[in-house]
Write a protein that binds this ligand. Sequence first.
Ligand SMILES: Cc1cc2nc3c(=O)[nH]c(=O)nc-3n(C[C@H](O)[C@H](O)[C@H](O)COP(=O)(O)OP(=O)(O)OC[C@H]3O[C@@H](n4cnc5c(N)ncnc54)[C@H](O)[C@@H]3O)c2cc1C
Length: 436
Amino acid sequence: MRDIYDVVVIGGGAAGLFCAGSATQAGMRVAVLEHGPEVGRKILISGGGRCNFTNKEVSAKNFLSQNPHFCKSALAGFTPRDFLALVEQAGIAWHEKTLGQLFCDESARQIVELLLARMAAAELRCAVTVQGVSHDGVFAVETDKGSFIAKNLVVATGGLSIPKLGATDFAYRLARQFGHKVITPRPALVPLTVDAPWMAALAGVSTPVIARAGKARFAENLLFTHRGLSGPAVLQISSYLAPGESFAVDLRPGARMEEALPAAKRARPKAGLKAVLAEHLPARLAAHLAEAHPGNLADLPDKTLRVLGARLNSFGFTPAGTEGFVKAEVTSGGIDTDGLNSRDCGSKIVPGLYFIGEAVDVTGWLGGYNFQWAWASGHAAAKGILEQRCEGSGAARYISAGTGCSKKSGSIPSLSKSSRSPSTSGGPGVTFMILL
Ligand SMILES: Cc1cc2nc3c(=O)[nH]c(=O)nc-3n(C[C@H](O)[C@H](O)[C@H](O)COP(=O)(O)OP(=O)(O)OC[C@H]3O[C@@H](n4cnc5c(N)ncnc54)[C@H](O)[C@@H]3O)c2cc1C
């Protein structure tokens, strides 16, 4: 009989490496197939090279998805505390920046090393091109380096963001071929372009704001760029905007400028608007906003000041577009969660097929949430595979190294357990052949 892997993971990014680690720790025989020259390339550049590897507070409200409940089970099964425990076990020094964001003190490479150490027993193949996948009870993954047969296939090839780091639409194509739906992928956490020539003069100006779109609200910095807007507040709000949709920015959070400007006029009628605005805003922005109103405050009608003040607290922007997948930190949309089991990200259509990480229609906010989803979904899939295997649903006919099954059934060393509903394995016996 040919060698059969318990799990083949396609994609050696955050989710794939973590899943492979959880599966090997449980004694499963695992291979990871990565088409790039090395694994974890996004991790290496993340967080300015220090990797914002999780956030202290993570809940479903930090994620966008057509089904906002889908991510809850995986997130509960592997928490930020669980990941932090691994970071500490590995002796990686870390610190909290703002808003609960946890970073390495030294280098993002330490996270990649942690992931590789966890999956040391797995077979890692880089620079492999997957040419096709078929399923007939087991999965056959055809590559330019030979075929890999596996009882379970985990697809962890991410979204479309940053093609130069290896992003492809592989997961979507494979999902569609197996009958899954894909929610239109769009750039998210992405700088916005704005057709407003006056803004180019403000390029480089950064200011604390509150950005709002519908119910979404982010109090962080906004950055004017040569082509539009960026900064954390804008990146966050970008994930919530449909093409052509406007959003509002409070350029002076905490002050009611509608009242503050007329009050300043009464207190200091000889002051210029530019000087007064500069007490609230960066000087270049204040100078630009005051351009249309030279002279003293005393020369300006109260109504003008009230209208200008109200505008400062709710400045409308209508983006022309985004900087696209080339600059987007993540991809929103992706594999429709309707077709997946929330407890393990397993396919409801094809037993043994799993989709994890950014490929799935679960998109986190900026701030460590996307990596936490990668760890949690990867862990959930490994746990689901292990539990299914331990239920003995036909898996025994394949050769594999170590069962990883304890009497308690389905435990991955040193991580929490959760219950799972009955097995879906067994396979419909249908052959799918995908030429990718
Ligand atoms: C600049 C930048 C900074 C970021 N910083 C942070 C941060 O600090 N904190 C945070 O939480 N998130 C951050 N993110 C988001 C985070 O990197 C992703 O959400 C996360 O990496 C997704 O993990 P993944 O494993 O699903 O996908 P990826 O990490 O994208 O991994 C997918 C892997 O699959 C491989 N692949 C693709 N197609 C194929 C194929 N056909 N065959 C084989 N392999 C394939 C790719 O080469 C890649 O290695 C950042 C993203 C970017 C772009």
